[in-house]
Design a protein around this ligand. Structure first.
Ligand SMILES: *Cc1c(COP(=O)(O)O)cnc(C)c1O
Length: 450
């Protein structure tokens, strides 16, 4: 050990990775050699080789323990809002804002006009007020936190009336009934999975009722014999009984999706205009910003949310405000379609993806044993945004002679950066809709390595 650590190679490793990490890794490598000797697996010559190569063994080990586990990757799945893949890629203005604020001090909780302590909630508030005129807003850690906070403020130890058709689970860990329970509220289920009428809500209202909750169908759809009370009807019912009506929107699309050939989803603003008291939605789904939960409603209701002690525990940091303000600013300046990657992906016509795909394939035509075909297919809006909404697209089918689709998929995933694709009909499919233009080169080198 002493002799190894004295060698020049090891001096370099010590300055790169730190001496204590080096000692741990070297000890482990020596233990490996020692064990092999004791088990009689090592001849004289291979023993010398093992000792000679120990610096490189140690380097590999140290490099693998110090690389970050969170790495960028290429999303070629065509699923635009992919919760497992980090949801929304940020816009350039949002990235710039994060960098600017991360570098130094900021007025996070400092009022520059008065020169004294200020409120962090002021950030993003002005922009949100532009997007939701007449309303106030509170930003928390994510939409789950937004729902938790709102329920705690308005329904602690009281009943929350919710349709059985809306008791949803979103991605394993977010179940509306569980959040309800933890918020201190009591669940009062009404109606059935496929039909909940206004009368069902009405019959459930009593002295213990705290609020009426509506939850957007984010990741599934109930089709066929269905009925759902209209938002206006629920609002009228809430008013008559002085109960707040709250809507968990999930995706937070700001623009009417119908314009891009997608089925129209109601926007949060439309719900507020219909009289819904508070809406909540995520910052990193269709809004295309950082992870956040946004609560919008009448100023006095938002004020009540701010005063709740949970708000302190659920608050967001300066980097989130920085990215969120930049993202919201793109909407206010009406440049969201150009600035925000999620919006670009959603609105790109199939013909544009087709020409991108053909250019991409033409570029790679010459590789032996690799066959790329451009074909029609579908992209998806994805997790917790618009349920199963399919967008016509063009796909690149990858055929490599002699390798199974699963093997190709696995090998693409093991590239640096990893490429995530999908398999259909025993072929690997790539959808350029979700591949950022600047990543096309990376995708090409990954394919070459196949
Ligand atoms: C996605 C979603 C949530 C959870 O939002 P997070 O920002 O992931 O916490 C809650 N409700 C609905 C309807 C959703 O779609």
């Amino acid at each position: 050990m002493e002799r190894l650590l004295g060698e020049a190679d090891f001096h370099r490793l010590a300055s790169e990775f730190g001496r204590s990490e080096l000692v741990i890794a070297t000890r482990a490598a020596l233990a490996g050699v020692r064990e092999a000797v004791l088990e009689g697996r090592v001849e004289e010559t291979s023993f010398r080789d093992a000792i000679a190569s120990i610096a490189s063994t140690v380097r590999t080990q140290l490099a693998s323990t110090t690389v970050p586990s969170l790495v960028p990757l290429v999303n070629a799945t065509g699923i635009i809002v992919h919760t497992n893949l980090g949801r929304a890629p940020l816009s350039q203005p949002a990235i710039d804002a994060i960098t600017r604020i991360a570098r130094g001090y900021s007025n996070l909780e400092f009022n520059l006009d008065e020169g004294k302590r200020g409120q962090r909630e002021k950030h993003a508030a002005k922009l949100l007020a532009r997007m939701f005129p007449g309303y106030d807003a509170q930003v928390v850690n994510n939409n789950a936190a937004a729902v938790l906070l709102v329920l705690n403020v308005f329904a602690n130890s009281r009943e929350v009336i919710i349709s059985r058709g809306e008791l949803v689970e979103i991605g394993g860990s977010f179940r509306i009934p569980d959040i309800l329970e933890r918020s201190g509220a009591k669940l009062r289920e009404v109606g059935t999975t496929n039909k909940t009428r206004l009368a069902d809500y009405e019959e459930a209202i009593g002295a213990a009722t705290g609020l009426i909750l509506r939850v957007h169908h984010s990741n599934f759809r109930i089709v066929g014999f269905t009925e759902r009370a209209a938002t206006e009807e629920l609002v009228a019912l809430g008013r008559a009984h002085e109960l707040p009506v709250i809507e968990d929107f999930g995706s937070g699309n700001m623009l009417p999706l119908g314009r891009y050939g997608l089925p129209d989803e109601p926007t949060a603003l439309e719900s507020l205009e219909k009289g819904v008291d508070l809406v909540t939605f995520s910052g990193d789904k269709l809004l295309g910003g950082p992870q956040a939960g946004i609560i919008v409603g009448a100023p006095e209701r938002i004020q009540a949310c701010r005063k709740n002690p949970l708000a302190r525990a659920l608050r967001v940091d300066k980097l989130t405000y920085a990215a969120l303000e930049a993202t919201l600013s793109s909407y206010v300046r009406e440049s969201a379609l150009e600035d925000i990657p999620i919006m670009k992906m959603l609105s790109a016509p199939a013909s544009e993806i087709e020409s991108r795909s053909r250019r991409f394939v033409d570029h790679l035509e010459t590789i032996d044993g690799l066959d790329l075909t451009v074909m029609k297919g579908f992209s998806k809006v994805g997790g917790g945004a618009a349920p199963e909404e399919e967008i016509p697209t063009y796909l690149i089918a990858v055929d490599t002679s002699g390798q199974s689709a699963q093997r190709v998929l696995d090998r693409l995933r093991s590239q640096c950066p990893p490429v995530i694709a999908r398999i259909s009909d025993d072929r690997v499919l790539l959808d350029l809709r979700t591949v950022l233009p600047e990543q096309e080169g990376l995708l090409q080198s990954a394919l070459k390595k196949l």
